[in-house]
Design a protein around this ligand. Structure first.
Ligand code: C2E
Ligand code: MG
Ligand code: MG
Ligand code: MG
Length: 286
């Protein structure tokens, strides 16, 4: 009888679920193909200080699907993680971002810029990750000191000792770390001081209603104070208005990112944006 009940539960599988499963399988097959066909691209979003000076950029992956158009990373990153495709995809992201970072080293007006790269849990946990980062730096000639890896709180909860060991190994090469989407996860504050972090990124969900929601404002103030007391930079993401920026700056936030300054841009548009903010790159002679 128990067996019958078990079998019956399978009947809850309805046509719309079946369609969702088929749809997912198709997207997964497309994702595999996308890597081979080179359908991914990187957009870059500037990070600025309160005066609007450019400090660096964050690389954000996009998938230009031949039929669906631009697919959001919110859709394909989780799928890539589940299937393991995040490993080759993440390698490509690192390599592409480091190649741009390396180019800036030869241009005095851009040589100070940092490059932030998002790293997912599965990628970070891979045994070859440290070597992969070291290789991307070596092959492109990008300076380790200008590379910032963005991690999320879930990594801390999963295996703190291993996480800290991997971070220390990369830190020894000069690579820096930010904790992304801070405040949305479950990390204990005690973990923070054990990690070689440089930055806390205040999640945009707290920034959004900062001016209207007293509890969001309190959370943001707390994160900024925490960052200051741990000697970390506080960076606010999702800044869309001058009022938000001014509030954040008055509260002690030093780094800003958001549509107020720029949307994520493809490499050539970024170069033009940087040209307007930092002056044009020198003409190549010869
Ligand atoms: P994230 O790292 O927290 O990136 C910030 C997200 O906020 C980006 O979304 C960015 O486009 C968006 N954003 C920036 N400024 C504003 C603003 O002023 N207002 C609003 N409403 N949104 C803003 P995006 O590019 O869709 O990326 C979503 C997430 O996907 C990222 O969140 C990151 O977790 C993940 N992701 C993106 N690229 C990669 C990648 O190469 N590797 C991995 N592992 N994850 C990635
Ligand atoms: Mg990020
Ligand atoms: Mg974030
Ligand atoms: Mg976020």
């Amino acid at each position: 009888e128990a067996k019958m009940a078990g079998r019956n539960t399978l009947c809850f599988f309805d046509p719309s679920m079946q369609q969702a499963v088929a749809e997912r399988a198709q997207l997964e097959a497309d994702l595999r193909e996308a890597l081979v066909q080179g359908e991914f691209l990187l957009m870059y979003q500037p990070v600025v200080d309160h005066g609007g000076h450019v400090l660096g950029v964050e690389a954000l992956a996009r998938w230009g699907h031949p039929q669906r158009g631009m697919v959001s990373p919110a859709t394909f990153i989780p799928l890539a993680e589940e299937t393991g495709l995040i490993l080759p995809l993440g390698r490509w992201v690192l390599h592409t971002a480091c190649a741009l970072l390396a180019r800036w080293q030869h241009e005095p007006a851009r040589a100070h810029l940092t490059m932030a790269v998002n790293v997912s849990s599965r990628q970070f946990r891979d045994v070859g990750f440290v070597q992969e980062v070291v290789r991307a730096l070596a092959e492109t000639g990008a300076p380790a000191s200008h590379l910032k890896l963005e991690l999320t709180e879930s990594l801390l909860v999963e295996d703190l000792l291993q996480t800290v060991a991997t971070m220390e190994a990369l830190r020894a090469h000069g690579v820096g770390f930010s904790l992304d989407d801070f405040g949305t996860g479950y990390s204990s504050l005690a973990y923070l001081k054990r990690m070689p972090l440089a930055q806390l990124k205040i999640d945009q969900s707290f920034v959004r209603d900062l001016l209207g929601d007293a509890s969001d404002a309190a959370i943001v103030r707390t994160i900024i104070a925490l960052a200051a007391s741990l000697d970390l930079q506080a960076i606010a993401e999702g800044v869309e208005s001058e009022q938000q920026r001014d509030w954040l700056a008055a509260a002690g936030c030093t780094h800003f990112q958001g549509y107020l300054f720029s949307r994520p841009l493809p490499a050539d548009s970024l170069e033009q944006w940087l040209g307007r903010h930092l002056g044009p790159p020198p003409l190549v002679s010869g």
